[in-house]
Ligand binder design. Structure first.
Ligand code: ADP
Ligand code: MG
Length: 209
């Protein structure tokens, strides 16, 4: 299986209809954490090539990404590509006043970072570096698992669901999930507050909803 694509192992995909959400989360987190550093690097590079082929990405000026945590598909090479292409990159930051919400703060090569309460580095919140969410062209989200209907299972904090509710089905931003191939579920349980994705990109595949 030397040419197996990073994260691609359909035998490990698991139907979720009867499984609890907690078990499903645990299963897919374990899948992505089991990827080797080499698989992670290859997947991250493939993601850049895949995004470069997307007309929507080519024309985007303001792009929200994230810093990888817990085995997530690493968007850092994509962030560096955005910097070189003169796109403005924003990262999610825990809202300083509204618990459970995110704000998006400009991120450049020189930005000073500080760890949030989950240990994830964030840019410091400064008013002039904030981007109102409806001004973002594309908002790329991490996820724990996805299905081909655009359903997204996150880490369980509901941060993206809360934050995206006001802009759901508005012209901007386009909501795109980034994931390893091994994060694809046959179907995911959906909660009333879950905000679905418009597109999911993996290193090898693209799902449009
Ligand atoms: N728009 C919202 N308003 C209030 N609470 C929300 C909203 N969206 C999500 N939540 C809460 O966040 C929690 C986690 O959401 P969930 O969808 O399970 O996590 P995730 O999307 O990270 O997988 C839920 O208990 C839910 O009650
Ligand atoms: Mg959710």
């Amino acid at each position: 299986m030397a040419d197996l694509l990073p994260g691609m192992n359909t035998q490990l995909r698991r139907p979720t209809s009867k499984a609890s959400i907690v078990e499903t989360r645990r299963f897919y987190r374990q899948q992505r954490r089991a990827l080797s550093p080499e698989q992670q690097v290859k997947a991250a590079r493939q993601l850049v090539k895949h995004c470069q082929q997307q007309p929507q990405f080519q024309s985007a000026h303001k792009v929200a990404l994230y810093l990888a945590n817990d085995g997530e598909l690493d968007p850092h090479p994509l962030i560096e590509h955005c910097w070189q292409a003169n796109k403005d990159v924003y990262l999610p930051v825990l809202h300083p006043f509204c618990a459970g919400y995110l704000v998006f703060v400009h991120y450049g090569p020189e930005t000073l970072m500080q760890a949030n309460r989950f240990g994830i580095p964030e840019p410091k919140v400064e008013c002039h570096r904030l981007c109102p969410i409806e001004q973002l062209d594309i908002l790329f989200t991490p996820l724990v698992a996805f299905d081909t209907k655009g359903n997204r299972l996150g880490m369980g904090g509901g941060f993206y669901d809360r934050t995206l509710k006001p802009v759901y089905q508005r012209p901007k931003p386009t909501l795109i999930g980034l994931a390893h191939d091994c994060q694809q579920a046959d179907s995911l349980p959906v909660q009333p507050w879950d905000i679905p994705l418009q597109k999911i990109l993996t290193p090898t595949q693209e799902f449009n909803l």
